[in-house]
Design a protein around this ligand. Structure first.
Ligand code: M6R
Length: 597
């Protein structure tokens, strides 16, 4: 996720671009840059937060320009990898939000044709493609360039000698800001609200011509389309949250897109094995903290099932001080921030013990990426709420991909089984969307939880760790005491705590081989008069009959059920905390990255 802005009009473009980028900085802050027609193209870009660009920006007199604030997805944060990018002639400038999947092949072809590249980004290929097709008409050149590209984008481009901006979108947001004798394009309305509240939405596959005197929108066939203006009534802060009351809820609703981004290029990874080293290892150890540790616990089930390889788990804060048996597993370290001190210390310790290491993180250029041998990025985009939501789900996606790759490479997963697992994975954005479409029903069910002092979460098999994550999420933001248990463990102690005032949240997926056992555990709970809120397959009447309330999820194959179940648990935590009036995005005593041991 990055922020893009384009301006053409009568104001000083530099001022407009910087103000808009300030509003877009929540979308990424690895670097920022602007390109302004003055009248030749002047470009300024800098690694780091926007203020670093702003403090070094000379006066540039110009009324047309594009700007960018970056969340790195391809190429580390640096001055060279900052946008905008120029073509070889220095006359075309481009900003981009998205991921170009086939950039390596395109880059090789363009280099053979003589194009010179200055960065490691995927984006730079677009500006060279536009240059290749440019014959005096920027719109035509952009359209031709986009035909070559596989991936997702929102782009804005300018060419020297013209006051026109050409923009386009596919699976990344883009909105037009409509002014008087000035017009804008941006990643979202936040960027525009200081200048106009009149916007025109751009749909997937459309291209846009923006001039000071007007805007024209074209569909993917090149036909001009009429689009009504929409008047925005949000404040800038509301707009950053996309109209959601909290970042956490916005980030939960971004999960289908985040999963989609995580899945881009999956087949290449699995077939060409980019991410799993070709060295031999006969076991895997996964190390992490907090929610990332719960992802690791789910990962153990997935890796053992799809990769047929033994997996052990360690909390990062414990691993470092453990005796360290003479074994050499592949060590996978999971950290959304890539900056958690305990996980970094564990990464160093694993290497000291002679193990090959792999990091799974959401943040390009984070410290973890420099401490491990291989890195897998989750591509969830920036997560601002302290509670991990979309980053947790995309960690699971990364673990499914790694497991399929390992199973395939070890020849324990047949071609058919690989395709079956992949097709399940590809359903996940739609599955999560179906859960989100039912959010209002989830909200109703939390009335039962709001007055409770203690809440228990129970599950079995792959959904045992899912329920630990549900309990962590609830306690973290609602401050209600919540504990997760393997359902079979209740009878070994925790059952003593149950009574009519202790709600129990239980997951029982009809497709799972532990389903009958779960039903029996739920009946034991109900017999102690604890109200049961269950999560199960759509249409499961048996489960509904033993529950006070049942939340339905799409009935996916059992190994993939942590995905929809987690989304329900995140919504439960969110709505409970909201009804208790908690500080959801910044819960007390917690921080987004924990950089102390
Ligand atoms: O950045 P990391 O994934 O390494 O963070 C680990 C934990 O601090 C983190 O998952 C924490 O538990 C979350 N706030 C949970 O929502």
């Amino acid at each position: 996720m990055c922020g893009i802005i384009g301006y053409t009009g009568y104001r000083q473009a530099a001022e407009v671009l910087i103000e808009a980028l300030r509003r877009l900085e929540y979308r990424g802050y690895d670097s920022a840059g602007v390109a302004i027609l003055s009248p030749s193209l002047k470009i300024h870009k800098k690694k780091g937060e926007l203020h670093q660009l702003q403090s070094s920006l000379p006066h540039i007199d110009g009324r047309v320009g594009v700007g960018h604030t970056r969340w790195a997805t391809c190429g580390k944060p640096s001055n060279e990898n900052a946008h905008p990018f120029l073509d070889c002639s220095g006359k075309i400038a481009l900003v981009h939000n998205g991921i170009i999947e086939n950039y390596m092949a395109l880059k090789e072809g363009l280099q053979e044709e003589g194009h010179k590249f200055s960065s490691q980004t995927d984006t730079e290929v677009i500006v060279h493609l536009i240059e290749k097709f440019y014959q005096g008409d920027l719109h035509e050149a952009v359209k031709s360039a986009l035909k070559e590209i596989k991936g997702t984008y929102a782009i804005a481009a300018v060419v020297q000698g013209s006051d026109e901006i050409v923009a386009a979108r596919k699976e990344n947001p883009l909105v037009i800001g409509v002014g008087v004798n000035e017009n804008f394009v941006a990643s979202d309305v936040t960027a525009l609200l200081s200048y106009t509240n009149k916007v025109r939405h751009v749909m997937d596959g459309e291209t846009v011509l923006v001039r000071p005197e007007g805007v024209r929108v074209f569909d993917s066939e090149g036909r001009e389309v009429h689009r009504e203006d929409t008047i925005i009534t949000w404040s800038a802060e509301d707009a950053q949250k996309g109209g959601f009351p909290h970042f956490m809820l916005k980030e939960i609703f971004e999960e289908p897109q985040a999963i989609h981004n995580s899945l881009l290029g999956t087949l290449d990874i699995i077939e060409n094995g980019e991410i799993v080293p070709n060295v031999q290892f006969s076991s895997i150890k996964i190390i992490a903290c907090g929610s990332s540790y719960h992802a690791a616990m789910v990962g153990k089930y997935i890796l053992e099932e799809l990769g047929k390889i033994p997996v052990t788990l360690e909390l990062a804060s414990e691993y470092r001080y453990s005796p360290g048996a003479k074994e050499f597993p592949l060590v996978i370290l999971i950290s959304q921030s890539g900056e958690t001190a305990d996980t970094l210390a564990a990464a160093r310790e694993a290497r000291r013990r002679g193990c090959r290491t792999m990091g799974i993180t959401n943040v390009i250029g984070s410290t973890l990426t420099r401490e491990v041998d291989e890195v897998v990025y989750t591509r969830a985009g920036p997560e601002i709420g302290v509670a991990a939501t979309k980053t947790f789900l995309t960690q699971l996606i990364a673990l499914y991909i790694i497991s399929i790759r390992i199973g395939f490479a070890r020849r324990v997963l047949s071609h058919d089984a690989m395709w079956k697992a992949l097709s399940e994975l590809r359903k996940m954005p739609g599955v999560v969307q179906a859960v989100l479409d039912n959010a209002a029903e989830v909200e109703k069910t939390v009335e039962l939880l709001v007055p409770a002092r203690d809440i228990f979460f129970i599950g079995r098999n792959v959904n045992y760790p899912t329920m630990l994550e549900g309990a962590l999420k609830l306690k973290e933001i609602s401050y209600i005491h919540a504990e997760g248990f393997a359902a079979g463990e209740l009878k070994h102690g925790p059952l003593a705590l149950l009574d009519a005032t202790t709600p129990v949240i239980a997951v029982a997926m009809r497709t799972d081989h532990t389903y009958e056992k779960m039903l029996a555990n739920i009946s034991e709970v109900a017999a102690r008069e604890s109200p049961v809120l269950s999560i199960g397959c759509d249409g499961d009447r048996e489960l509904a009959a033993v529950s006070v309330n049942m939340i339905k999820v799409p009935c996916v194959s059992p190994l993939f059920s942590p995905i929809p179940v987690t989304v329900v648990l995140q919504l439960i935590a969110y709505y409970t905390a909201q009804k208790k009036g908690r500080s959801i995005d910044k819960p007390k005593n917690l921080a987004k990255s924990v950089t102390v041991e």
